[in-house]
Design a protein around this ligand. Structure first.
Ligand code: CA
Length: 282
């Protein structure tokens, strides 16, 4: 991810008045398909879509095994080697989730990225997770698509949140719980074509919610709990991309520290599943 969605707090608040979506739907407390149902073959879209257009191409339900499936995932982004304490697990307590949690070592918090680079790519489709986010100053959870095949590095940020933001009432509440998130499309490293804010919602750290994008040859549409939100971003991006689930620190979430960044599995970015479909008629 780039370091920030919007150029300034002033810009942020101005944009808020334009982009904040009125949210009738409340955050939900359970994922749409039970985590014990790995056969879910349709995207979670609640209206206005012909689901026969979708074919499941990738999924990890995180329901079996005792660790990250190395045939699908890496535990560091391509330009880094894994650093810091192991702050993620899969199914170790049999809860059927990938968990990535804030953990300091020697007073430092290390970014963690779980991604499918070199293992799964797709051009276009519907990309979905069901997840609960961490709280506190510093954590920067995200779900995004990217490639670094060449110098042009297209990117779709489906969800990134800043629970420690000073913009209380916008990214977070006064308890440093995330109440909104951003979705951003980058044509390449320097060309941010669109940033949108979705919220405010009940704390996204207190319930599981479904974050998704439908990306086709005409652009990207973002979904929250099965409902399309905001504006379709009409940017052609005919590139293959891989999936990233990251818990970085900083950005608008502030500087993490022991004392105001709850650590450990009790404050994890918890992902119940990742599912991807291709569009039969892209
Ligand atoms: Ca699961």
């Amino acid at each position: 991810m780039k370091t920030y969605l919007l150029p300034s707090a002033a810009g942020l608040l101005a944009a808020a008045s334009l982009l904040v979506q009125s949210t009738g739907a409340l955050a939900q407390t359970t994922c749409p398909a039970p985590s014990s149902t790995p056969s879910a073959t349709l995207p979670y879209i609640t209206s206005g879509e012909s689901l026969s257009n979708y074919t499941l191409t990738f999924s990890d339900e995180f329901n079996t095994g005792s660790g990250l499936d190395a045939s699908k995932w890496n535990n560091a982004i391509w330009y880094e080697t894994p650093k810091g304490p192991v702050n993620y697990d899969v199914n170790n307590n049999r809860n059927g989730k990938l968990r990535i949690w804030p953990q300091s070592q020697g007073g430092k918090f290390y970014n963690r990225t779980i991604d499918t680079d070199r293992k799964f790519y797709q051009t276009y489709g519907y990309f979905e997770i069901c997840a609960k986010l961490p709280r506190g100053i510093g954590p920067w959870p995200a779900f995004w698509l990217f490639n670094h095949d060449g110098e042009t590095r297209p990117e779709i940020d489906i969800m990134e949140a800043y629970p420690g933001s000073q913009n209380k009432g916008y990214w977070s509440n006064n308890n440093n719980e995330p109440i909104g998130y951003g979705a951003t499309v980058w044509l390449d490293t320097n060309r941010n074509v669109n940033s949108q804010y979705f919220g405010p919602f009940p704390p996204l750290s207190q319930s599981f919610n479904v974050y998704a994008v439908k990306w086709d040859s005409t652009g990207s549409t973002f979904y929250f709990n099965g409902v399309a939100r905001g504006n379709k971003v009409g940017a052609a991006m005919p590139s293959r991309m891989y999936i990233l689930l990251s818990l970085w620190f900083g950005g608008e979430s502030g500087k993490p520290s022991n004392g105001n960044t709850p650590t450990g599995t009790g404050n994890a970015y918890e992902i119940d599943y990742v599912r991807v479909w291709r569009l039969n008629t892209p």
